[in-house]
Design a protein around this ligand. Structure first.
Ligand SMILES: *Cc1c(COP(=O)(O)O)cnc(C)c1O
Length: 230
């Protein structure tokens, strides 16, 4: 793990974001990529509106949450104050939370099974809202982890498009904690390319530079911005 995962608590989240943006830019340039293609999502799960508001005030606009219920408790008011904030759902989605998710989130990274895809399609039709959608892939084929298996991903993306009428913009993964993430990032990149998908949501505090080198367009960084979640 590199030291970006252990933030200096004397430094504000805003300063840390600036430092992370610099590292993203450098990683993109090293890889011959346009740094403008990489978007930083500040993962604010567990932190309260009081922690988040100064980060919004400093100019950060993309935030990630992993629980619909928790997000409902803090984001409607924050979004009302700053309507151009873009909220990303990066945690597992249950059917009974699909309605709230479609109403609150601008991007959902965790479409991972036909049942949820069908339910989300119904909510999009009902509400007229149109969150951008990514499919989560369980690249490590871990029993306990959400996501489509790599071998089933092509067919699922096709099904989302053809059967449910959903526009899928990209793929997302969370590599196993005890494995070299690069192999998972490379696999996700390959799956996205062969399905004509342009967004790649991959990379967290400990490995976002690595993810940028392998094509990430969204990195999801929590601890390195807000500190340990305790
Ligand atoms: C919490 C979380 C992150 C952020 O992880 P850090 O290691 O704190 O940067 C990224 N992605 C998902 C899906 C998460 O749940």
């Amino acid at each position: 793990m590199n030291n970006t995962a252990k933030p200096d608590m004397e430094v504000t989240p805003t300063k840390r974001i600036a430092a992370i943006q610099e590292k993203i830019k450098a990683a993109a340039e090293r890889a011959g990529r346009d740094a403008g293609e990489v978007k930083l999502i500040a993962v604010s799960k567990v932190f309260t509106a009081d922690h988040i508001a100064p980060v919004i005030a400093a100019g950060q606009r993309m935030f990630g949450e992993n629980r619909v219920q928790e997000a409902l408790g803090k984001w409607p008011e924050l979004k009302e104050r700053t309507p151009d904030v873009e909220l990303h759902l990066i945690g597992p989605l249950q059917s009974n939370k699909a309605r709230d998710a479609v109403e609150l989130f601008d991007v959902i990274h965790t479409i991972d099974r036909p049942k949820i895809a069908r339910t989300i399609a119904g909510e999009i039709e009902r509400t007229g809202r149109n969150p951008r959608l990514l499919v989560q892939v369980n690249t490590g084929e871990e029993e306990q982890k959400a996501g489509m298996l790599p071998a089933d991903t092509d067919e699922f993306v096709r099904q989302c498009r053809n059967e449910f009428g959903l526009t899928i913009e990209g793929l997302m993964c969370i590599p196993p904690v005890d494995e070299e993430p690069s192999l998972h990032f490379a696999l996700l990149n390959k799956l996205a390319a062969r399905n004509g998908l342009r967004e790649l949501s991959m990379g967290m505090s400990a490995d976002y530079e690595n993810a940028v080198a392998l094509g990430a367009t969204y990195v999801r960084v929590g601890t390195a911005i807000f500190g340990q979640r305790g």
